[in-house]
Design a protein around this ligand. Structure first.
Ligand SMILES: Cc1cc2nc3c(=O)[nH]c(=O)nc-3n(C[C@H](O)[C@H](O)[C@H](O)COP(=O)(O)OP(=O)(O)OC[C@H]3O[C@@H](n4cnc5c(N)ncnc54)[C@H](O)[C@@H]3O)c2cc1C
Length: 465
């Protein structure tokens, strides 16, 4: 048997930790790093061999996620690995918005690299990593989770005690199932995704042919994306609706090519052989789960799984790890710290959860989106606000004054696009519903936060000293 990459072997049947984290990728390893830096005795466990790829992800990293990597001391390594995407083009229902994001670029690292860096920083900070180790159940005592049962690759069974068990075990989280975490919000996923990598053509991101580093296209129900990725590759993908998936399953490359041919600037690239086989994924459900309970916590996809069109899952996981560590390390009673973190998570994460659902939604909203985006494209202040939605500087549901949008819609209707009125009314209803949800979550957080000075919410503070 090859040597596992664990730094410490489990020696006894009954070891004790402050926290055991199930899953050692972007959520688990970053939380392990923050907690270990704060002085906690931490064990990460992953059933996979580490470092290794997480193949089902297209890996764009927003500036919010990059800021957490910077705090963990990994920013320089990220920038050495990946070209910065300094510009972004939305080609959305025929409106083109070019965004200059030089001051907060996006990156697209491979997960074996990113997760490996996070695991290294966690172990360097004092956390232990047991890879090729599967958690098979939870130890409970008096209704509280107090540890995990696990099995190593050699078949040996162990029990580890912990004050806190963290499920960072992804969207199909067994920890969430075992603790019976309820789904608070959720909907059936409408799309899958198929993608691969091609060598970046000369001038990607800086030439007339390829003016942006990152592209998002939508025409009717067809969505395609292209990102400048690690090793000077371009990741090109498409998001077919569920009912369109079968040909992709049968002939992934041919189907991907056929779809991307609708985007003339990418057609030549995908006609070449890709650098690796096409990957595909059919999403099932997006959800928000209750993330805390007696002795347990869920971070990353285990607690919130957002439509991947938002490109925010990794950044979300990193931000959650940072804020969870802030709450756990600030000295408040554990139950209260967990509750506070839950409410904070919801306030921070839900705008992009809802926004991802809206961006990917099938159906006919094209006239309104084209109208709004063409106005955004012509207004530098609005463009800045629009770019800020990706990095949580502005709320997508507060971007426009209703009266401003109504004025645009009325003049478009008078110019011969009456269908925009119906789209505007249904969009207005959706925005009101989302705002009510967000206001409820904010009120729950405000009710808790008052007595805890300087805790979570102080976003400028590093996760751990
Ligand atoms: C098609 C697709 C495209 C995406 N594109 C993007 C994107 O462009 N940008 C972005 O930010 N996000 C994207 N995402 C989302 C992103 O991949 C996830 O949000 C992110 O991987 C969540 O990280 P995590 O650490 O919570 O979980 P994961 O990355 O899923 O890691 C969970 C870990 O838990 C381990 N594990 C599970 N069960 C056990 C067990 N019982 N015992 C031990 N270990 C266990 C697994 O081995 C795994 O290593 C995409 C997702 C998909 C599906």
């Amino acid at each position: 048997m090859a040597e596992p990459c664990t730094r410490h072997e489990p020696g006894s049947m009954q070891q004790r930790y402050d926290a055991v984290i199930v899953g050692a990728r972007c959520a688990g390893a970053s939380l392990a790093a923050c907690l270990a830096r704060g002085g906690m005795k931490v064990l990460m466990v992953d059933k996979a061999r580490m470092p290794s790829d997480q193949v089902l992800s297209t890996n764009t990293l927003h500036a919010t996620g990059v800021s957490v990597l910077d705090e963990l001391g990994l920013g320089r390594r990220l920038r050495e690995l990946c070209p910065a995407m300094n510009s972004m083009r939305y080609d959305w229902f025929g409106a083109i918005v070019d965004l200059d994001i030089r001051d907060r670029p996006e990156y697209c690292p491979r997960r074996y690299a990113l997760d490996g860096l996070l695991q290294d920083v966690a172990t360097d900070s004092g956390a232990e990593l047991w890879d090729r180790t599967k958690v098979t159940g939870l130890v409970t005592h008096g209704g509280k989770v107090s540890g995990v049962f696990l099995t190593r690759e050699d078949g040996s069974a162990h029990q580890v005690q912990a004050d806190l068990v963290v499920g960072a075990d992804g969207r199909a989280s067994r920890v969430a199932q075992w603790v019976g975490s309820e789904e608070l919000l959720g909907y059936a996923a409408p799309r899958g995704m198929y993608w691969s990598y091609w060598p970046a053509p000369d001038g990607w991101g800086s030439s007339n042919n390829f003016p942006a580093g990152m592209y998002l296209f939508r025409k009717g129900d067809h969505i395609c994306v292209a990102f400048h990725a690690q090793d000077d590759q371009v990741l090109i993908g498409t998001l077919p609706l569920n009912q369109e998936i079968e040909p992709f399953r049968q002939r992934p490359l041919e189907s991907l090519r056929r779809r991307v041919m609708n985007v003339p600037m990418l057609a030549d690239i995908v006609s070449q052989a890709p650098s690796e086989p096409v990957r595909g994924y059919l999403a099932q459900r997006y959800f928000v789960r209750r993330p805390v309970g007696p002795g347990w916590l869920l971070v990353g996809d285990a607690g919130i799984h957002k439509d991947f069109v938002s490109g925010d899952g990794i950044s979300e996981a990193l931000l959650q790890a940072k804020s969870a560590a802030q709450c756990l390390l600030n000295g408040a009673p554990r139950e209260r710290a967990l509750e506070l973190w839950w409410r904070h998570r919801d306030v921070e994460a839900l705008p992009l959860f809802f926004h991802g659902q809206d961006i990917a939604e099938p159906g006919k909203r094209g006239t309104l989106d084209r109208l709004v985006l063409s106005r955004v494209a012509a207004d530098p202040a609005l463009k800045r606000r629009f770019a800020g939605t990706l990095i949580r500087q502005s709320n997508p549901y507060e971007m426009l004054k209703p009266s401003t949008a109504a004025g645009w819609v009325l003049s478009a209707a008078l110019r011969g696009e009456p269908q925009v009125l119906g789209e505007f009314l249904s969009r207005g209803k959706r925005i009101s519903t989302v705002r009510r949800e967000l206001a409820k979550r904010q009120a729950l957080l405000d009710a808790l936060r008052e007595p805890l000075q300087g805790g979570v919410g102080a976003k400028q503070n590093p996760a751990a000293a």
